[in-house]
Design a protein around this ligand. Structure first.
Ligand code: NAD
Ligand code: DAU
Length: 337
């Protein structure tokens, strides 16, 4: 493994992964291939832009010709696919974009991995493929996928293709299913980045439904490290869950976030619930731990570090809260607030 094509590398997790890998592996080349949708920001990669082993190609993963050309040009041996439409609420408005990128785009990348006989195809997946998990249970990698939102269904569809390409064509694949990531450079539409940036500006924090939904919020660099571990020590054809196994209710996350900022709970505003909202995700991550990976950040530490980053970096997120973002915000929230 030397030349990695990081699709979706200008997004939140992908850009953190690229910086992490460039710092850790002096001889690896990281080629970011990204369409730069509303969520893909070149400024997320400013910190690596001058690195001699970093390259950027603007492109759509559904564009088979450009994908193949890029693989040839940069002698790619490994694909790590982060590229996706990722926001559940947007998938409820517009499922088509999710099916196109998350499913068809994955197919295009798998075809290229097969034709070029790449060393590895790694798919970034999500705990949402398991669907809602009743209290007391935890998802293991062998459990059935029961996705319940268009986003989750698209990610599950992509994963089925990954498995099929491994079994049918022998493509050397691995998959990680991560829980909710938080940290620097998360587009301010996801709960933690939205709540932090709204609270800094004394704007309301919209809590869906009763706020008692449970998530496992993990620090983005723990997730990046897990992907690194699976790339180097994971078994071909296998799937690995990635999370802290710490359960947090959304309302408790919001209270802690306001406490960190010293803002009043009166900013909390209960709004109509998300359609088909999964109440709980909970992973069993023992399979990944058996490879030697441990989550380094507790939820409290991850939240504190994340919120501080948004306080310290308004020049990154303030310009994002304009144009397309405001259209989305109006459509998603104004009638609810
Ligand atoms: P993000 O929305 O911040 O970034 C997605 C990136 O993909 C953007 O840079 C975007 O420009 C790019 N992209 C979108 N469509 C593309 C296309 N057709 N061709 C090329 N590039 C395209 O997403 P994220 O939060 O960084 O998530 C990255 C991956 O991790 C996704 O596959 C997501 O499903 C998965 N994941 C996310 C989380 C989370 O909590 N954010 C948790 C588990 C798994
Ligand atoms: O679990 C992994 C997934 O986490 C990733 O695969 C997705 O790409 C990512 O978007 C995220 O999905 P969620 O729907 O869990 O994350 P989100 O930040 O949108 O919401 C977290 C929780 O907070 C969820 O229960 C919904 C709730 N919520 C969210 C928003 C945006 C609110 O109560 N209010 C909000 O305004």
């Amino acid at each position: 493994m030397r030349n990695l094509l990081v699709t979706g590398g200008a997004g939140f997790i992908g850009s953190n992964f690229v910086a992490y890998m460039l710092e850790k592996y002096a001889d690896y080349h990281l080629i970011v291939y990204d369409k730069l949708t509303y969520a893909g920001r070149l400024e997320n990669l400013d910190r690596v832009a001058a690195h001699p082993h970093y390259h950027f190609v603007r492109g759509d993963i559904c564009d088979a010709a450009l994908v193949r050309d890029t693989i040839r040009t940069f002698h790619i041996d490994t694909i790590v696919n982060f590229a996706a439409e990722t926001h559940v609420d947007r998938s409820i408005f517009d499922p088509g974009a999710f099916i196109e990128t998350d499913v068809r785009g994955t197919y295009v990348l798998l075809e290229a991995a097969r034709d070029f006989k790449l060393e590895r195809y790694h798919q970034i997946s999500t705990d949402e493929v398991y669907g809602h998990i009743p209290a007391g249970q935890r998802s293991r990698e062998t459990d059935p996928m029961l996705p319940r939102s268009p986003y989750a269904a698209s990610k599950a569809g992509a994963e089925h293709l990954v498995y099929a390409y491994h079994i049918t064509y022998g493509v050397p694949t691995t998959v990680t299913r991560g829980s909710n990531n938080i940290g620097p450079f998360q587009y301010p539409e996801k709960a933690v980045s939205l709540f932090a940036t709204n609270a800094i500006d004394d704007q309301p924090l919209p809590i869906y439904g009763d706020g008692l939904q449970v998530r496992d919020y993990q620090y983005v660099l723990d997730h990046c490290e897990a992907i690194d571990v699976v790339l180097h020590r994971g078994h071909i054809g296998e799937v690995y869950n990635v999370g802290t196994e710490i359960e947090t209710r959304n309302i408790d996350m919001a209270h802690k976030l306001l406490d960190i900022l010293g803002k009043p709970y009166t900013l909390l505003q209960y709004v109509t619930d998300r359609a088909g909202h999964d109440r709980r995700y909970a992973l069993d991550c023992s399979k990944l731990r058996a490879l030697g990976w441990v989550s380094q950040h507790t939820f409290d530490a991850a939240l504190e570090q994340t919120v501080r980053w948004y306080v310290d970096n308004p020049q990154w997120w303030r310009p994002l809260k304009s144009g397309e973002y405001l259209d989305y915000y109006r459509r998603q929230y104004i009638e609810r607030l």
